[in-house]
Design a protein around this ligand. Structure first.
Ligand SMILES: *[C@@H]1O[C@H](CO)[C@@H](O)[C@H](O)[C@H]1NC(C)=O
Ligand SMILES: *[C@@H]1O[C@H](CO)[C@@H](O)[C@H](O)[C@H]1NC(C)=O
Length: 195
């Protein structure tokens, strides 16, 4: 018979399958268009290195220019641990325990009394560098600080600038504390993996 041969059932099913596959593929591509794999080199990430920083953190509560200010009072005045108190800080980070020594950065953030019985502070700080090679970069420290212990360890959970993808830990130890004013100088030894 001349003319267009009728499409067989097999042909019809095959064509339908092709059409369906094309649509399915288009949807799948569209769903993943927001995410893709990137080569590390494209972001300038070459070799990961381990750095150690030793800085002195000055918690100044006294005087006319405090760097550490209580923003939330404790839930109860009878709490020995001042549970619930929150302190906002913009503490200098210097090269030696002397507050007049070279300023390398500032610890911006807050700490809160998170323990009802012990000395557990919750620390949430960005160590923002203001001088030298790391000026403009920052390290984020977030963790538990049982401040009565000799050495306290807190995680470094990230960073910015030269500290992108940073991870590591900080060890804090008290150099001196004035129990009448609350002023304290703390040594921070930070070990951080970064690119
Ligand atoms: C704690 O004491 C201060 C000062 O006396 C007072 O203003 C505050 O209301 C007290 N807080 C509580 C939770 O009792
Ligand atoms: C740190 O960087 C800021 C912003 O780029 C700049 O204004 C400042 O002079 C720099 N400080 C030092 C000590 O290099």
């Amino acid at each position: 018979m001349a003319g267009i041969s009728p499409i067989s059932t097999t042909h019809f099913l095959f064509l339908s399958f092709l059409l369906f596959s094309a649509v399915a593929l288009a949807i799948a591509e569209d769903e993943n268009s927001f995410a893709r794999t990137v080569k590390r080199k494209r972001l300038g990430l070459r070799k990961e290195k381990l750095s150690h920083f030793r800085l002195y953190w000055h918690d100044v509560l006294s005087g006319k220019d405090p760097t550490s200010i209580q923003i939330v009072p404790p839930v109860s005045n009878t709490s020995m641990t001042r549970f619930g108190a929150v302190q906002m800080i913009d503490n200098p980070l210097t090269e030696t325990p002397d507050p007049k020594s070279k300023l390398w950065g500032r610890a911006e953030g807050l700490y809160a009394s998170a323990s009802q019985e012990g000395s557990g502070l919750l620390m949430a700080m960005n160590f923002a560098f203001v001088s030298g090679k790391y000026n403009g970069s920052s390290i984020t420290v977030f963790g538990r600080n049982p401040f009565l212990e000799k050495v306290r360890e807190m995680p470094v959970i990230g960073g910015s600038g030269l500290f992108r993808f940073a991870r590591g830990y900080a060890k804090a130890s008290t150099v001196n504390i004035d129990f009448t004013t609350g002023d304290a100088v703390i040594e921070y030894n930070i070990y951080v993996l970064h690119y």
